[in-house]
Every structure is written in C-alpha cells, then in structure tokens.
Design a protein around this ligand. Structure first.
Ligand SMILES: Nc1ncnc2c1ncn2[C@@H]1O[C@H](COP(=O)(O)OP(=O)(O)OP(=O)(O)O)[C@@H](O)[C@H]1O
Ligand SMILES: [Mg+2]
Length: 310
C-alpha cells in the first residue's frame, strides 16, 4: 500500500479533529476524501504529509513512517501537496515561479524545463508562461499550483480541493489532468466537496466526519445506503401484477408510483429476468425496465444526516 493509516488521530487542545482513521490506498488509485466543513480532511492531509504530527495512531507513506523524523524528508520527496490556499511570487513570471519551486526540490534545470513545458501544456497554460502571476485569476492560480506540486515528479499527490472555485471548463481540465496523472501510475489522495467529481474520478471514497463513516467504491456506497431498485414501467399497474410480484421471495419491498412499480431486490442482475417473466405471466404489459439511480449527493446527505441525528 502506498498510503496506510491505522487509528490515526489528531487533537487540537481538548477537541479531537480526527479520530481512529484507518485507511489504505494502493498504487495508482484515486482515493476521494469527502466530508463536511471542519470534518478533518485537511488535518489528515497535513499529518500524512508530515506538516503536523498525529496525536495517536500510525501511518506510512510509501512504507515510511510519518512519525519518524528521518522519514519526513524522504516522504516529502515522494509527495506533491496542493494546499487549500497556495501562494506565489506575484511579480515573477509563471516560468520563474515554477523554476523557483523546482530548485527547492533540487530538480536539475533540464528536467525542470521539460516538466514545466509538459505540465503547462497539460493544464492549458503554456501561452501564459511569460506572464507575471500577479495578474492571474483564481482558476489560473489553481492550475499553476497543481503544476508546482508536480515539479519533482512525485509518486503520491495530496490534492486538497483542486477544483474549488474553478469554472466548469477549467474544472474539467483539472479533472482530466488528474486522470492522466493516475494513468501514469501516481497515487492520488483527493479532498473534495464535489460529489460528482468524486464519483467520476475515484476508485474508493471515504466519508469522514472526524471519524470515517464509510469507505468503499462509489457504486457500493450507493448500494449499501439505498439498496438496488428496479423500476418497471407498465401500460397500467393492474392488481394481479402487483400481487404476483409482491409475493416473489427476492422482492424485499415494493412501491407503486403511477404507471411504475419500484422494487427493492437484493440482486437485480440475477433476478430481473424472473421478475419480468412473472409480470408478463400476471398479464402486465411492460413499457420499460430500468434501475433507480441515486446521486452521490443523496447518499452523502443521508449518511451525514443520519450520523448527525445519533
Ligand atoms: N491549527 C489548528 N488549531 C486548532 N484547531 C484546528 C487547527 N486546524 C484545524 N483545526 C480544527 O480541526 C477541525 C478540522 O479542520 P480541517 O481543516 O481538517 O477540516 P476540513 O475537513 O479540511 O474542512 P473544510 O472542508 O472546511 O476544508 C476543525 O474543527 C478545525 O477548527
Ligand atoms: Mg479543508
């Protein structure tokens, strides 16, 4: 595992910002870290990148223990961090800013120039390379900050809200860039409030609210919260169809909505053909069959909401 934590926690004074976080992220995975404001996402990133120390638990990055002082330099060499509010030298050009950061990481000039050119092109900023950063918009700065954290070609990227405040087109450029970085085999830890983005980019998501509430694939998250539901649209929902279907053993719940019946079924892929046969046998005329899809937002709000009521 590239990132591995065990019961990681951090307190500030008397209050716990992060508690009992155990996660693991494999090479080349995009791991989405979701949670409300103040949930402990940035605090976790800061611990994992050795900017602050944990109050409890352990974690390793590329096999190096984050609590070990000697590891910190080795970890920093392997990770790139996009922070919540990156700063630049406002009076320097894009290229000079990037060269400055490449120098900090002791990247040699030729390699730095190659990386600068490649990433400026990837993020659509190449034509701005000789402009001073002072006049840059928020979106341009965000892209530049991403390029900056790639100067030393890190294996692991910690991206804290990389598309926050970007217009839809810029956000797409950044998301596509994240996917191409994943294709290169890099491991990406992505904090985001954009649930659609998490669903599109992440292999695994974890929802945190001081503690981890859920971790798994976006698809299994939806299934575990809502179950899978089949929607059968009929010419008319006649009583014989409703009765026949409600007696089937694999149907866990049934609801009628105008010309539709909505069925909660444990394994729709397996049982759908039998259910359709039964509806036809009972005299139903089917117009369409589909699956009820919940958005990531529905799932997130339900998970966070349920926990708040506890
Ligand atoms: N240096 C600090 N001193 C005291 N409390 C802190 C410090 N840093 C973070 N906290 C507290 O820890 C908790 C978690 O904050 P954190 O910044 O990790 O949340 P987050 O999930 O990144 O939120 P957001 O979505 O708003 O960025 C908050 O209650 C915050 O006030
Ligand atoms: Mg944060």
């Amino acid at each position: 595992m590239v990132i591995e934590t065990s019961s990681l926690g951090r307190r500030f004074g008397n209050s716990a910002a992060v508690e009992g976080v155990s996660i693991s992220v494999g090479k080349g995975e995009v791991f989405g870290f979701l949670g409300p404001n103040g949930a402990g996402k940035t605090t976790t990133v800061r611990m994992l990148t050795c900017l602050i120390s944990p109050s409890s638990g352990t974690a390793t990055i590329c096999g190096y223990d984050i609590r070990d002082r000697k590891s910190a330099a080795l970890i920093r060499r392997r990770v790139g961090i996009l922070t919540e509010s990156p700063g630049f030298y406002e009076t320097l050009t894009v290229r000079k800013n990037l060269r400055f950061f490449a120098d900090l990481y002791h990247v040699d000039r030729r390699k730095a120039n190659e990386a600068i050119e490649r990433y400026l092109k990837l993020f659509g900023l190449y034509d701005k390379k000789d402009r001073v950063v002072g006049g840059f918009s928020k979106g341009m700065r965000q892209k530049l900050a991403l390029i900056r954290c790639l100067m030393h070609e890190p294996e692991v990227l910690f991206l804290d809200e990389p598309t926050a405040g970007l217009d839809p087109e810029s956000a797409r450029v950044v998301r596509d860039a994240i996917l191409s970085l994943k294709k290169e085999g890099r491991t990406i830890f992505l904090c985001t409030h954009n649930l659609d983005e998490a669903e599109r980019l992440c292999d695994t998501v974890a929802i945190i609210n001081r503690r981890i509430l859920y971790a798994g694939s976006p698809g299994s998250l939806k299934d575990s919260v809502y179950g899978r539901k089949l929607v059968v649209r009929l010419e008319e929902v006649i009583p014989s169809v409703y009765k026949a279907v409600s007696h089937m053993s694999m149907v866990e719940a049934i609801e009628k909505n105008d010309d539709r019946i909505i069925l909660q079924v444990s394994d729709p892929d397996r049982h759908c053909p039998d259910i359709i046969n039964e509806i036809i046998r009972a005299g139903g005329r089917i117009r369409s069959v589909g699956e009820l899809r919940h958005s990531m937002e529905d799932v997130y709000i339900k998970l966070i909401g349920d926990r708040c009521e506890l």
